[in-house]
Design a protein around this ligand. Structure first.
Ligand code: HEM
Length: 448
């Protein structure tokens, strides 16, 4: 085969497909799968030609493929306006390999488990302020915890005034609607007047991040520090701008994602009283395996990131087609996670299915896969476990018969449409010291 071809797909104009994707993404792709089979083409305005893959064998081919042919950085290029041109998320080829190699040590298992006590302490401090006796959306509260975790463990910020300023400006960068998303995707727009608010917020965040970088460069105790920024400065090889871009990437990629995953876990648990009771027992008895199963099952049934993509730099034989260069192949995360042949009774929230199971990167992909798999996956899973454990130890949660919350697309992540409304019946008194457990690691999958 020498000529290229595209799999079938809906014959709708790209603008219409874009609007449907924004509003009904998961339902639309599921309908296309039923109609066209396990590979289909969408033409989406502002994104291009997307070839969705639902067959784990094809997904495996993509994740195992040559990263010079399967460009992830190019697929993420719409984030450049916020993350910068040198972010590990938006670069490809040798530059990506080199940057990722530099950034791996702070996110390797041994470095991550050293942060466990700090994370537990932050969660405990924040939980003491959660409202009791009223129903409230928990997503902003989990976001405050995960932002603090990132600021303290990754950036290592400790100056109170700077920490306060970062706490204030970061949510402004992340609560972007389609309007701001357009400006982040198109940097020419960002320079224009209507986007001044976003531009000012980015400039303020930059000022604070550059101040942290300058501090670290002159810190006499640099060698003793455990934050990711200190480790990157020690490794050398990155300019201030490059460091800023990586910090911004870690803040953006690592904060809202984990917060949203935790919010979904609470949304799911409070709708399943028996599973909630079991998770509480697990938290109180130190059964981390069950808490990890709750985290994994939450990310299966409610994966946070919309989808991951790879732009082809040359024609590729895949799924029975010779796909042309320039198309974006998309391993269909939701399509696989919801496939009854892979996960029997897929709509059932069932952490037990995750206990002791060996997860394959081609059938479990909340963190993507291959050489571009989420750099912070080990960190995220540890944080998920520790924060969930603290929540269940310190708060008695009410179960609810309220309907499941729908997914709403916020930028590139799916959030619960009402913010995951929960009710804390009472606080349990657990001393902060009890939070630290013997360090172990929840993720056995590869993280490289
Ligand atoms: C539940 C939480 C999280 C989820 C669901 C998540 C998901 C993802 C996904 C789907 C990707 C794209 C992977 C691919 O293209 O194959 C990604 C990339 C990335 N994530 Fe995460 N992530 C989470 C937490 C974090 C955390 C805590 C950090 C760091 C502090 C982080 C840092 C990154 C980075 C740097 C990349 C780019 C990797 C590369 O291009 O080489 N993420 N993440």
């Amino acid at each position: 085969m020498t000529s290229t071809s595209l799999p079938p797909g809906p014959p709708l104009p790209p603008v219409v497909q874009a609007l449907i994707m924004l509003r009904f993404g998961p339902r639309f792709t599921a309908a296309c799968r039923r109609r066209y089979g396990s590979v289909f083409t969408l033409r989406v305005a502002a994104m291009g030609t997307l070839v969705y893959l639902a067959d784990p064998a094809d997904i495996k081919t993509v994740f195992a493929g040559d990263p010079r042919i399967y460009h992830a950085g190019e697929a993420n290029s719409m984030l450049k306006g916020l993350l910068g041109d040198t972010s590990v998320l938006v670069v490809d080829d040798d530059l990506h390999r080199e940057r990722r190699r530099l950034m791996l040590p702070p996110f390797a298992r041994d470095a991550v488990v050293r942060q466990e006590e700090l994370i537990a302490g932050i969660a405990a401090e924040h939980l003491a302020r959660w409202p009791v006796g009223t129903t409230f959306p928990v997503a902003p509260w989990t976001a405050r915890i995960t932002l603090e975790v990132i600021l303290r463990t990754v950036i290592g910020a400790s100056d109170p005034a700077r920490l306060a300023a970062l706490r204030e400006v970061m949510p402004r960068l992340l609560t972007v609607g389609p309007w701001e998303t357009a400006a982040i995707a198109n940097q020419a727009l960002l320079r224009r007047r209507p986007w001044r608010r976003l531009r000012t917020a980015i400039a303020e965040a930059d000022r604070l991040l550059y101040a942290e970088i300058a501090d670290r460069r002159t810190d006499p105790d640099l060698s003793a520090r455990t934050d990711a920024l200190a480790m990157l400065v020690r490794a050398g090889g990155l300019t201030d701008t490059e460091l800023r871009d990586q910090l911004m990437t870690l803040l953006v990629a690592g904060h809202d994602t984990t917060a949203t995953g935790l919010a979904w876990a609470l949304e799911r648990l409070t709708r399943h009283p028996e599973i909630l009771a079991r998770a509480e027992r697990a938290a109180l008895s130190g059964d981390d395996e069950y808490l990890d199963a709750v985290a994994k099952e939450t990310l299966r049934i409610r994966p946070v990131v919309f989808d991951v993509g790879r732009v082809l730099t040359e024609p590729v034989e895949l799924a029975g087609h010779r796909l042309p260069a320039g198309v974006m192949v998309v391993p269909g995360m939701l399509l696989v996670h919801d496939d009854p042949a892979v996960y029997p009774d897929p709509d059932r929230f069932d952490p037990d299915r995750m206990v002791g199971s060996a997860l394959s990167p081609s059938t479990y992909l909340p963190f993507g896969g291959g050489p571009r798999r989420c750099l912070g996956a080990t960190f995220a899973m540890l944080e998920f476990r520790v924060v969930l454990r603290e929540i269940l130890r310190r708060a008695v949660l009410d179960s609810t018969g309220a309907p499941a919350e729908r997914r709403r697309l916020k930028h590139v992540i799916f959030v619960p449409h009402r913010g995951a409304r929960i009710r804390v019946l009472a606080r349990r008194d657990t001393p902060i010291a009890a939070a630290g457990q013997a360090p172990s690691c929840p993720v056995s999958q590869h993280t490289g």
